[in-house]
Design a protein around this ligand. Structure first.
Ligand code: ZN
Length: 155
């Protein structure tokens, strides 16, 4: 891996989200919660979601420990899933996953143009297959939570 690749991966915005994670903390009255475990890197996160009466994500938060990529990605995740339906969260994760693995097609991203624009900074992980698991861990946990599973693992 070259210095330029690493520079692309650890962009300023990622470092900022790692240092000052958004929506960090437990939600005591969460509707759904799940743990995410990435044994390859040692990242362990818990996500909390609270849905309102219209089944929209009203509050979202996370706790845990992990590498800079996993924490920054979890922080960014919380900023884009708020206000979404469960289906939209699933769809957004699908698109984010493609963004991280390099499968994304710009034309497919219309519905979530603003969200993907925010998350695009994470696409540097596609150079580092191990880091894709770090970047998607919190999303796997969210998916597990809204599908009423307790735990998500990247393995
Ligand atoms: Zn990691």
């Amino acid at each position: 891996m070259s210095v330029d690749d690493l520079r692309e991966l650890y962009q300023e915005v990622i470092l900022d989200h790692n240092k000052n994670p958004r929506n960090y903390g437990e939600l005591s009255d969460a509707s759904y919660t799940a743990d995410g475990n990435n044994p390859l890197c040692g990242d362990r996160l818990t996500v909390y979601l609270k849905l309102d009466d219209n089944e929209l994500v009203n509050e979202v938060a996370f706790t845990g420990k992990g590498c800079a990529i996993s924490i920054a990605s979890a922080s960014m995740m919380t900023t884009v899933v708020k206000g979404k339906t469960v289906k939209q969260v699933n769809d957004l994760f699908d698109k984010f996953h493609k963004l991280c693995t390099g499968e994304s097609d710009e034309a497919e991203l219309d519905e979530f143009e603003d969200e993907i624009a925010k998350l695009r900074v994470m696409s540097g992980v596609r150079q580092f297959p191990m880091r894709v698991k770090c970047a998607t861990l919190s999303w796997h946990a969210v998916e597990a939570a809204i599908n009423k599973k307790d735990t998500a693992t990247t393995e």
